[in-house]
Design a protein around this ligand. Structure first.
Ligand code: ADP
Ligand code: MG
Length: 224
């Protein structure tokens, strides 16, 4: 599904080039559930952003389904970004002016899902995350953990082919974290490809592959 070849990401400071990622080679098959671990600053978020087409400022090649991202038509890249990828960010990126319900609805509108089906998908997600009573509230009226849950509900509402999650359980208590990992596990069983960055080793155990990053390099890559 994905192939990264010799990816370097760096910033130029006055006297030297500082590498954030260095020589990343990575092949990800459709259906994998991959966890990126590593200390803070290792490059996990940077790598996720590149994989998620949110950062195009790097050297090396990124092939998605054998197509080079750089030479792909803008329309095709944008369709991957809007309809095939789901994102869960560290900072939730909810839309402040929209209610919980409307936030979750946005990817379904992109995907032109019919109104009745939208209602049923959103009702299921609200129920699953115990947020039915919160559906008409705005993000600012929710706790950090609740905002995270809305972000997760929104990311999976459109049934993405590839789910990218940056510290998805970072703001959740352990019960909620376990629930989210179980949702990921179900999505994985249904065929969704998942790439998550996390500090929590127990989250990695839900996946099929664990990559350790250190100083922008792949330190180890193992099957779980
Ligand atoms: N735009 C940027 N400018 C300068 N440094 C950056 C930038 N983005 C990331 N970094 C640095 O790159 C390193 C890796 O960051 P990041 O990918 O966020 O790590 P992680 O998610 O593993 O904690 C950090 O040292 C961070 O400070
Ligand atoms: Mg990070």
């Amino acid at each position: 599904m994905i192939q990264l070849k010799e990816i370097d990401k760096y910033i130029e400071s006055r006297f030297q080039r500082i590498f954030i990622l260095k020589g990343i080679n990575l092949t990800i098959q459709e259906g994998e559930f991959l966890t990126l671990m590593g200390p803070s600053g290792a490059g996990k978020s940077t790598l996720l952003n590149i994989l998620g087409l949110l950062d195009e400022d790097y050297d090396g090649e990124y092939l998605f389904g054998n197509k080079n991202i750089r030479t792909m038509k803008e329309r095709e890249r944008s369709s991957l970004h809007k309809s095939e990828f789901g994102y869960i960010f560290q900072a939730y990126h909810l839309i402040d002016e929209l209610t919980v319900y409307e936030n979750i609805e946005t990817p379904l509108l992109y995907r032109k899902v019919a109104s009745a089906e939208r209602k049923s998908i959103i009702a299921d997600l609200l129920d699953r995350f115990n947020m039915v009573a919160k559906k008409d509230l705005f993000p600012a009226q929710l706790s950090g953990g609740q905002q995270q849950l809305v972000g997760i509900a929104r990311a999976i509402a459109g049934r993405p082919r590839l789910l990218l999650a940056d510290e998805p359980t970072g703001n959740l208590h352990s019960g909620q974290a376990k629930e989210i990992m179980e949702v990921f596990q179900e999505l994985h069983q249904e065929g969704t490809t998942i790439i998550q960055a996390t500090h929590a080793r127990e989250n990695a155990d839900y996946g099929t592959r664990l990559i350790n990053l250190l100083d922008g390099r792949i330190e180890s890559d193992e099957k779980i």
